[in-house]
Design a protein around this ligand. Structure first.
Ligand code: HEM
Length: 150
């Protein structure tokens, strides 16, 4: 009798100490992808962001001349890129940033406007400041390959 009563006691201890630590470890281990809300959230952010770039009076010129189909392709590549870079399950199959932006003469000013649009998008989706900082830091690593004119 005394022996069998010990088993639930041991189980209770395991549950007490193991479960909360697992839950904590999982919360701490969440990727940026997960913390942003996963694929749909990232796709919505990219759609809004690209919409702002394409309709910006100064930046829109970069996107003129692309068929709807190639616009969709660029959009999908950016979703994949962001999804992969934030730790999501996607695979980016596009070209590297230097090759795909070379010759467009994207300037520092263009870059600053682009970054401001990204912040506006993240604000619109109520992405917390700490996450915004992580996204911007990630995007910032691409700058030297995209900006050609300082
Ligand atoms: C904010 C950081 C940026 C990211 C993450 C990014 C990402 C990408 C990606 C993934 C592609 C597709 C690459 C491929 O075709 O293989 C692309 C293409 C393109 N990007 Fe960016 N880009 C950024 C900044 C910019 C800026 C500042 C501009 C201009 C205002 C720009 C204009 C374009 C255009 C026009 C294309 C299409 C190029 C083509 O015709 O193939 N991008 N970008």
């Amino acid at each position: 009798m005394a022996k069998t009563a010990k088993i639930p006691g041991v189980l209770a201890l395991i549950v007490l100490f193991w479960l909360p630590s697992t839950a904590l470890a999982q919360a701490g281990d969440e990727t940026l992808y997960q913390r942003l809300g996963g694929y749909d959230a990232i796709a919505a952010v990219v759609d809004d962001f690209i919409g702002r770039l394409a309709t910006d009076p100064d930046l829109g010129r970069f996107f003129i001349g692309h068929s709807e189909d190639s616009q969709k392709q660029i959009r999908q590549l950016i979703v994949d890129q962001l999804c992969e870079a934030t730790g999501g399950p996607c695979v980016y199959t596009g070209r590297d940033m230097k090759t795909s932006h070379k010759g467009m003469r994207i300037s520092e000013e263009d870059w600053q406007k682009t970054a401001a649009h990204l912040v506006a998008t993240l604000d619109k989706f109520s992405v917390p400041q700490a996450l915004q900082d992580e996204v911007l830091a990630l995007i910032g690593t691409l700058k030297e390959d995209i900006v050609e004119e300082m």
